[in-house]
Write a protein that binds this ligand. Structure first.
Ligand code: PLP
Ligand code: ZN
Length: 410
């Protein structure tokens, strides 16, 4: 089958060194991130080309880095709903509020996007095993894709991640290695594992390709807004890869001319118990001081030493947005608020965007008539212990008197 990708080469984000599209983690000269560059001059598709395309991330195949279509793994990732939140919007006084609901991806988080590209690239590079360092969601996403690809998979995650995520990873038949330490310690061990055993640790070994998956979220938002970009977006931040990828996705879709140049305010949000980037933002600093011992219910975003931290600061500041931090109490309240107003059940890492939204409204940082997208990145069923079922212990005998007695109390 014909190659469709417009990939041209790789380029170091800092020193500009160029590489062929090889199996590479970071720039060999300066260790900075390396970006995939596309040749738009070869582009033969237009906005109209999308009508008959699959409703998955592969609808943007030209702007994705997989060269041989036969290596594509496809478990129906992406094209998740962009929900117009009329109820929550009314409550907050916002006319154009949207949730990008990535909680409904095949493994129930946005991580299916980078995992699908990364595992496809691993096949293309002839890797015999894949893996990742994970706070849980990436582990599930890589494990599912490895299962489909027929590759063994090794997930290194802190021992205390949620039982639901461990169950998922185990069901997909990956080896889950519980590391007695933080995510950063698991990540360091994963680097060693990739060298020692040759595993393609997708968030490290082939990171330039891995991060390309997440920009499809930006493409979809643009397409679902009828080829417009929103005025503002709020993105949960751990390593900062998602925020960097979405920013890149918005500029690419502008560069190819599908949307007019639009000054989107990019806002990032962390949990107070692990907010190294928000701390640097508040202090007006350009460097990010790692948090040694993260402590938050939003375990999926508990990354103390974020790889893309400096880029998050740059992209957010350049856009006029903010990086905020929200408390565990605000997170729980936001999970319930989103569920009861819009019928969307998210995990804490997804609810941070709703928590920051409320604060921005209070502080006058979002206008009534602005369009604003909150990224909801993971599913509430992954963290079921977070919303206690207090008040729902309505066990009764199977008769109408018992039911009436109960209803009277309400
Ligand atoms: C549900 C969820 N949201 C957001 C993030 C943040 O992603 P990133 O590390 O790309 O900043 C993660 C990371 O694990 C996550 O699991
Ligand atoms: Zn470099």
């Amino acid at each position: 089958m014909m190659t469709t990708t417009l990939i041209s080469h790789l380029k170091c984000r800092e020193c500009g060194t160029e590489y062929e599209p090889i199996r590479i983690a970071v720039c060999e000269k300066c260790y900075a991130p390396v970006d995939v560059i596309y040749d738009y001059s070869k582009m033969s598709f237009t906005k109209d080309s999308f009508v008959n395309r699959p409703r998955t991330i592969w609808r943007y195949e030209e702007l994705l880095p997989v060269i041989e279509p036969k290596y594509r793994i496809d478990i129906n990732v992406g094209f998740t709903p962009l929900v117009k939140c009329t109820n929550l919007g009314r409550l907050l006084g916002l006319e154009h509020l949207y949730v990008k609901n990535d909680a409904v991806n095949p493994t129930y988080s946005f991580k299916d996007r980078p995992a699908e590209i990364a595992v496809s690239k691993a096949l293309e590079f002839g890797d015999k095993a894949v893996g990742c360092a994970s706070t849980g969601n990436l582990g599930a996403a890589v494990a599912a894709h490895a299962a489909k690809a027929g590759l063994p998979c090794y997930v290194l995650a802190p021992v205390d991640i949620e039982a639901e995520k461990i169950a998922q990873i185990t069901a997909y038949n990956a080896k889950i290695i519980g590391v007695k330490g933080t995510y950063d310690e698991a990540n360091r061990l994963a680097v060693m594992a990739s060298e020692e055993f040759g595993w393609n640790i997708v968030n490290i070994t082939t990171r330039p390709y891995y991060v390309e998956g997440s920009k499809t979220m930006a493409f979809e938002i643009a397409e679902q807004l009828d080829w417009k970009l929103p005025d503002q977006i709020i993105i949960p931040v751990a390593s900062g890869a998602l925020l960097s990828s979405i920013t890149r996705g918005f500029s690419q879709i502008e560069e190819v001319g599908f949307v007019p140049p639009t000054p989107v305010k990019i806002n990032g949000v962390q949990a107070e118990g692990c907010s190294p980037i928000a701390n640097a933002f508040r202090a007006g600093e350009d460097i990010v001081k790692p948090v040694e011992k993260p402590d938050t219910i939003a375990k999926s975003i508990a990354i103390g030493d974020p790889g893309d931290g400096i880029y998050v600061l740059k992209y957010v500041r350049d856009s006029g947005g903010i990086v905020g931090a929200v408390s565990d109490e605000e997170i729980v309240e936001s999970i319930k608020l989103l569920a009861r107003t819009e019928g969307i059940f998210t995990e804490p890492a997804g609810a941070v965007s709703i928590a920051l939204l409320q604060r921005m409204v209070r502080e006058g940082k979002v206008a009534k008539d602005e369009s604003i997208v909150c990224c909801v990145t993971g599913n509430g069923l992954k963290t079921s212990e977070i919303v206690p079922t207090e008040g729902n212990g309505f066990d009764i005998e199977p008769n109408i008197d018992a039911l009436s007695a109960l209803v009277e109390k309400w």
